[in-house]
Design a protein around this ligand. Sequence first.
Ligand code: SF4
Length: 379
Amino acid sequence: MTDRIQAPNRELRSLNAEEVESTLAEWGHKSYRVTQLLGWLYKKRASSIDEMSDLPQELREQLAGSFLLKPLELVKEQRSRDGTVKFLWRLADGELIESVLIPASVGREGNRSDRHTICVSSQVGCAYGCKFCASGLMGYKRNLDASEIVDQVLAVERWHLASGGELAKPQGGLVNNIVMMGMGEPLANYDNLIRALEIFNSSWGLNIGARKITVSTSGLAPQIRRLAEMPQQYHLAISLHGATDDVRDKIMPINRKYPLEELISACEAYQQAKGRMIWVEYILIDDVNTGPEQVEALSGLAKRLQCKVNLIPYNPVDGIELKRPSDETVGRFRDALHRKGVRVTVRIEKGTDIDAACGQLRLKSEKKTAVTQVVGQAG
Ligand code: SF4
């Protein structure tokens, strides 16, 4: 029987510093090689092991024999009139994911001029099936590993360089604000998420401050409590979208598992542990969650959490019947909250001309592929 040579299947960028250190020590290399290798991965943003010219040939061969370094492949980019850019990436196994770059010029009011934000995906599809969401419509395929989460940021930087680099670059990398708000429920991919956040945040990694990293969740209460136990001051945003259990049950199935009281008390635990304000995101959907009883309940929750509420008028998705409320309804909802003393802002979704709500680009691309396949079979 012949011995099979195992092809490497672990991404080099899914290792943390301790694992890089122990791997190199096991292979008998000096400890300064660890700093060199991490420098190639995260400071020089290497796309291949061959580029790492000051590493000895033997080490490069060992790395190539044991690990992959396969950057995400750009399938499509869409540029919005407001400057937002949406990307569709292909992973090594052919699956598609999305990221969105929101340059400083189109960021939230009050952004510093050098703050570029990237909205990062954590899963291929999503299992949680929120009724308004394009990612939920596709169902769940798999978790992303840490390298696939991290490489979305590096891939946007590569794209920026290749496309002429017109954005002002802050110190370090191009992207200095990360929101885990793309496809998937980040806290459902907890271990890979934590590892990716470590790479974003560490001085040996991308060195992005924890306060510039936001984890957005649909409400996985036990994982919020786990995150609260971590020392890092990651920012937490809750996708609430309903202020009573009956409304939330209708549009977010996760609420049946972790009803509002459980979610809100996990948020309180997070706040107590971090001493930081939580953001509540609330997508306004016509005739679903815009009634006065929601104003009443939402203001109660907001006061309890002392949080800021971000209202987002729904951006309609092909294949989903839900509608965006009129500007008048949005204004009325905002003013009613305001009168009750809630700090509230209305965020107009960026890139509405380019399918910017997460999952839409992939959804369209997969539908197109499916149509092509059907036509191909028919032909
Ligand atoms: S809103 Fe978030 S949790 Fe809900 S289906 Fe979409 S990606 Fe999943």
